[in-house]
Design a protein around this ligand. Structure first.
Ligand code: ATP
Length: 339
C-alpha cells in the first residue's frame, strides 16, 4: 500500500463542528447548550470539546452560564470549517480538500486524482513549499496570508473546447473581485497574471492531461495575494508583488473570498463546456486588459516580436501591431513591457 506522509493528508471535516458553527452563525443571540445538544443530537460534553476545537481554529465564541454560546467573531484565515460552510453554494458534486501544507496544490490535485478522487474538486493549502509558476518558475507561498488553491475538472472533451478557459477564468475572477472591492484597479496581463497598479497580485497556472484528441483533466492553480503586507513579501518579489490588503489598506476573510474564486472558475469552465457566449471573449477581456496600447516585447520559442499590444482575438491570441505595421497573432509566449 502506498504510504501517505502526514504533510499530504487533508484535514478531516468534522460534521459536528460544522453543525454547531452553522447554528451559531444563524443565531442573533446566545444559543443554549441544551438547544445545541438537542438540535444536533449530541451530548453536552461533546459540545464542550467541539467549542474548544472551534476556538483553537480561531473562532471567537463567548460562553455565559445560563445563556449559552455566542459567536463573536469569525477567523479571517482559511479554516476548513468555514470553507465547508460557505462551500455549500458550490455544485453538489464539488469536493473541497484542505491542507496545512503541501508542496504544490496542483501536484496534490494530481495525486488525489491518481488515488481515485473524481473531479470536480478544489485543493487548498495554508502554504506551499514548492509553489509552481509557468515554465518552472516559482510561486512564493508564505503561510496563512494568501490563497493557494487548485481546481480540477475532468472535461473528457476535445481540447479545443477549453482553449480559452484560462482567459475566461482570469476574467471571471476579476469580475468577482471587482464586485467585492469596486475600487480595485484590477487588470490581466495576457495570458495569466492579475495586476493591480502595475504589480502582480495573482498568478494562474493551468495544466491539462491530453491523450490524442481528448482532454481528460484540467487543473487551474491560482495564487492570490490577499492579506500579505508589502513588507512581508520575500525580497525577490517585494518590488513587483502586491496584495488586496496592500492595495486597499484592509484585510479580507479568506474563506468567503476563496469560495467566490472557486465559483468564478466554475463559471468560466461551464461557459467553455457549454460554449455559451464565447464570442464575447475579446470584449470581456478589454475591460481588464493590462497590455492594450502598450509597447511590448514578446518571446515565443526563442523568437522575439516587438510592437504594440492591441488586445486579443476571439480565440484568445494576443494581437501585436509590429513596427512595420503588420499585425501578428500570438498564441503563447512571455510578454515584457517596454520601459
Ligand atoms: P512573469 O511574466 O511575471 O514572469 P509568468 O506568467 O511567466 O510571469 P507565473 O508563473 O505567473 O509567471 O509566476 C511566476 C513569477 O511570478 C515568478 O517568477 C515571480 O517573478 C513572480 N511571483 C512569484 N511569487 C509571487 C507572489 N506570491 N506574488 C507575486 N508575484 C510572484
Amino acid at each position: 500500500m502506498k504510504k501517505i506522509s502526514k504533510q499530504t493528508q487533508a484535514v478531516a471535516i468534522d460534521l459536528t463542528e460544522i453543525a454547531i458553527l452553522e447554528t451559531l452563525m444563524d443565531a442573533d443571540d446566545y444559543v443554549s447548550g441544551n438547544t445545541l445538544a438537542q438540535s444536533i443530537g449530541i451530548s453536552r460534553t461533546t459540545i464542550h470539546t467541539k467549542m474548544d476545537q472551534l476556538k483553537s481554529s480561531g473562532f471567537k465564541i463567548k460562553a455565559i452560564s445560563n445563556r449559552g454560546y455566542y459567536l463573536e467573531k469569525l477567523p479571517k484565515k482559511l479554516t476548513p470549517q468555514l470553507l465547508h460552510t460557505y462551500g455549500k453554494q458550490l455544485p453538489e458534486n464539488f469536493k473541497l480538500f484542505f491542507y496545512p501544507s503541501v508542496d504544490s496544490t496542483n501536484l496534490e490535485a494530481e495525486r488525489l486524482f491518481s488515488n481515485g478522487t473524481l473531479p470536480p474538486f478544489a485543493v487548498f493549502s495554508h502554504k506551499q513549499t514548492a509553489g509552481k509558476g509557468r515554465l518552472g518558475r516559482k510561486w512564493h507561498s508564505q503561510a496563512n496570508q494568501n490563497l493557494y488553491c487548485s481546481i480540477m475538472f475532468s472535461p473528457n472533451t476535445p481540447p479545443e473546447k477549453l482553449q480559452s478557459f484560462t482567459l475566461w477564468a482570469g476574467i471571471e475572477v476579476c469580475r468577482s473581485l471587482k464586485a467585492l472591492i469596486p475600487t480595485l484597479d484590477l487588470k490581466i496581463k495576457w495570458p495569466n497574471d492579475l495586476y493591480c497598479n502595475g504589480k502582480k497580485v495573482s498568478g494562474i497556472l493551468t495544466e491539462a492531461r491530453i491523450d490524442s484528441d481528448r482532454m481528460h483533466t484540467i487543473i487551474l492553480g491560482l495564487g492570490l495575494n490577499i492579506n500579505s503586507t508589502s513588507t512581508t513579501f520575500p525580497e525577490e518579489i517585494k518590488s513587483i508583488a502586491t496584495s488586496l490588503r496592500a492595495e486597499t489598506n484592509q484585510s479580507y476573510d479568506m474563506n468567503s473570498l476563496s469560495i467566490e474564486i472557486i465559483q468564478a472558475t466554475v463559471r468560466a469552465y461551464n461557459k467553455c463546456i457549454e460554449a455559451s457566449d464565447l464570442d464575447s471573449l475579446s470584449s470581456a477581456w478589454d475591460t481588464f486588459d493590462y497590455l492594450k496600447g502598450q509597447a511590448i516585447t514578446l518571446t515565443e520559442n526563442g523568437q522575439k516580436v516587438s510592437g504594440v499590444a492591441l488586445g486579443i482575438n476571439s480565440y484568445g491570441a494576443l494581437q501585436v501591431k509590429k513596427n512595420n505595421g503588420t499585425i501578428q497573432s500570438v498564441h503563447s509566449g512571455d510578454v515584457t513591457l517596454k520601459q
